[in-house]
Write a protein that binds this ligand. Structure first.
Ligand SMILES: [Fe+2]
Length: 298
């Protein structure tokens, strides 16, 4: 039986009694969507999925974004990317430093990212301690915790999100991911999104302005924009808004990008191997009224 057990903290729930390698019954899919909005991060332990099975589950939530560089895709399903620090025959098998700073996945695209899904195949440990956790921030709580005057001021404001901001920051930290070509940059033009959008599942407003990609507030003096954004970036990472997932092999983690921010903790070395399979799911279906009527109506 499908069972959802909240973490009891600001985010997170464990979901048991479901095998995601098989088609999910419609009633369970509706329950999962509501739980995703409510808890932000869902962990399905003990999952055993092939890349095509992971793709098939994720495609029900929305269109899957392919890798920009075309590297590190699963052979059986290129929609499923490979995140890893493992080197085989002198070649990396995955993107080694994905997400190692605070961000929201795919805030830089015209159609925002809805959800991300990671299947853990290898998890680094040292002296019995799990490494390479993923830390999340609750952006509903962060929005509600803003000073009411600032919340009102930002109510109809929009911000620009730029893919290059995060990529360049990783390069500046010594990432081996390589500089983007001009043609690749042209495929990821900046996008503009409301800072306090209404969430399609919960109906609550969230703070949607992450340090990884957001560059400035539209129509505002740049110095004032910088000042407010610095405040938002600091505010959204207050400890009371944060929760960390410590991975176990077989965990399938599904998180809502519209209500959270996250960072991958870079607390392990090149000899401590981590391997994840990833799908990045766009928010095309979740904002479609007919899809909402089918899957989100009570
Ligand atoms: Fe990410």
């Amino acid at each position: 039986m499908l069972t959802i057990t909240p973490s009891g903290q600001t985010l997170g729930a464990r979901v048991t009694g479901i095998n995601l390698a098989e088609p999910v019954p419609d009633a369970d899919f509706r329950t999962l969507l509501r739980a995703l909005g409510q808890h932000g991060v869902l962990c399905f332990p003990n999952q055993n999925m092939t890349p095509p099975q992971q793709r098939d589950f994720c495609q029900r939530l929305g269109r899957i974004q392919f890798s920009l560089t075309g590297r590190f895709q699963s052979a059986e399903a290129p929609e499923v990317g490979i995140l890893s620090n493992i080197i085989e025959d002198g070649q990396p098998i995955g993107l080694a430093d994905a997400g190692q700073d605070w961000h929201t996945d795919m805030s830089y695209t015209q159609v925002k990212g809805f959800a991300n899904a990671l299947l853990a195949l290898r998890v680094p440990r040292r002296n019995g301690r799990v490494l390479g956790g993923t830390c999340f921030g609750n952006m509903f709580a962060a929005y509600e915790g803003l000073d009411p005057a600032l919340r009102e001021r930002l109510r109809d404001a929009t911000a620009v999100h730029d893919f290059n901001k995060f990529w360049d920051a990783m390069l500046a930290k010594g990432s081996g991911r390589g500089a983007l070509t001009e043609a690749q940059k042209a495929q990821r033009p900046p996008a503009t999104h409301p800072i306090c959008p209404v969430h399609p599942i919960t109906g609550r407003r969230s703070l949607y302005c992450n340090p990884g990609y957001a560059t400035h507030i539209v129509g505002m003096d740049r110095a004032e924009s910088d000042r407010i954004m610095a405040h938002l970036f600091e505010h959204q990472l207050k400890p009371e808004y944060l929760w960390t997932h410590e991975w176990t092999e077989g965990d399938f983690l599904l998180w809502d990008n519209l209500g959270t921010v996250h960072t991958a903790l870079a607390d392990y070395t090149a000899d401590e191997h981590r391997l994840m399979k990833r799908c990045q799911i766009m928010a095309d279906k979740v904002f479609d009224p007919s899809w909402q009527q089918t899957w989100l109506a009570a």
